[in-house]
Design a protein around this ligand. Structure first.
Ligand code: E4P
Length: 215
């Protein structure tokens, strides 16, 4: 499973990138809105210049025509832009056009296996099932990942599954086990993934022993 970071914040992206773990970035309108006094297009340019992998940028229009127009403008910014489109009939009309034109797409707000299958058949490069938001309403987000992964394998579908709406490190482990190709992870969760008390304790003990060595 590969890692994307789920943020529009440049410091977080830079930090994660220097760790050498990053294969891409996802943004959404809420994440972009947190970045004050930054033009969306400028931020996308900055991100795409740093990270060579897929950078998802979401359209705002709700009709296919509007999404196609916005998506094409976003795709002009850099070759590694992936146009993020909501899982609606209008969204899939747009995905189908983008797919024929070789523009990569990420179908977002996926909450069922049928939605993922429809998106894949429309030509989506990625589908993003939202784990945390399903868990929030008492459903099992991880079971959805397994079901989509199984369906895609049975039918030889090459659309990649991005486990999204990740809330904690255990989501990451479980998404990997359930067959997600990618997890898009908030910076805070990436940091949490490093933590283990025995690592800290081990470093402390090694340093202490080193200091007390006979010379
Ligand atoms: C994915 O692409 C979305 O931006 C994101 O994972 C949504 O997560 P949230 O449910 O924490 O807002």
């Amino acid at each position: 499973m590969k890692f994307f970071i789920d943020t529009a914040n440049m410091e977080e992206i830079r930090e994660a990138y220097t760790l050498g773990i990053l294969s891409g970035v996802t943004t959404n309108p809420s994440l972009v809105a947190k970045e004050k006094n930054v033009k969306f297009e400028d931020r996308l340019k900055e991100i795409t210049e740093l990270v060579p992998g897929s950078v998802s940028a979401e359209v705002i229009a709700l009709d296919a025509e509007g999404m196609i127009k916005e998506g094409k403008e976003l795709a002009e910014i850099a070759p590694n832009i992936t146009v993020k489109v909501p899982m609606t009939p209008e969204g899939l009309k747009a995905v189908s056009v983008f797919s024929k034109e070789g523009i990569k797409t990420n179908v977002t707000l996926v909450f069922s296996a049928n939605q993922a299958l429809l998106a894949a058949r429309a030509g989506a490069t990625y589908v993003s099932p939202f784990l945390g938001r399903l868990d929030d309403i008492g459903h099992n987000g991880l079971d959805l990942i397994s079901t989509i992964a199984e369906i895609f394998t049975i039918h030889g579908i090459d659309t990649e599954i991005i486990a999204a709406s990740i809330r904690h490190p255990q989501h990451v482990t479980d998404a990997a086990l359930r067959g997600a190709h990618i997890a898009t992870v908030p910076y805070k969760v990436i940091q949490q993934m490093f933590n283990h008390p025995l690592t800290d304790k081990g470093i402390e003990a090694f340093l202490k022993d080193w200091e007390s060595r006979g010379k």
